[in-house]
Ligand binder design. Structure first.
Ligand code: SF4
Length: 107
């Protein structure tokens, strides 16, 4: 299950896009000099419970940007959200997971 710590909009995160930025928590990487150490624990709200509400609240966005690594065990849940975004014509960005998802043909 994916958890997130915060969400909001940004024009800077993805160039040329008005993005809904969602900070996924539960990062397992423990990088030295982590830029967001609060994302290393699994705290926060359940993302799938509020994902639709976020899209409704921020309906003017053109892109959803998932920040933080999260738990790779939740790739299918993430893929379901990306598939839903595609049906709505909203772009999405999650560099590391997206590369893995394309390789495994989940999306
Ligand atoms: S949130 Fe980013 S910087 Fe921090 S540990 Fe995870 S991958 Fe590293």
């Amino acid at each position: 299950m994916l958890f997130f710590s915060e969400a909001g909009t940004s024009y800077k995160e993805v160039p040329g896009e008005h993005s809904l930025v969602i900070h996924i928590s539960g990062c397992p990487n423990a990088c030295e000099n982590c830029f967001s150490p609060w994302l290393q624990n699994g705290e926060g709200d359940v993302l799938k419970d509020i994902f639709q509400k976020l899209l409704y609240l921020y309906h003017a966005v053109t892109c959803v940007c998932f920040l933080g690594e999260g738990d790779e065990g939740n790739r299918v849940e993430f893929a379901d959200m990306c598939t839903h975004l595609r049906t709505l014509g909203i772009k999405f960005w999650k560099k590391k997971w997206r590369a893995k998802l394309i390789r495994t043909k989940v999306i």
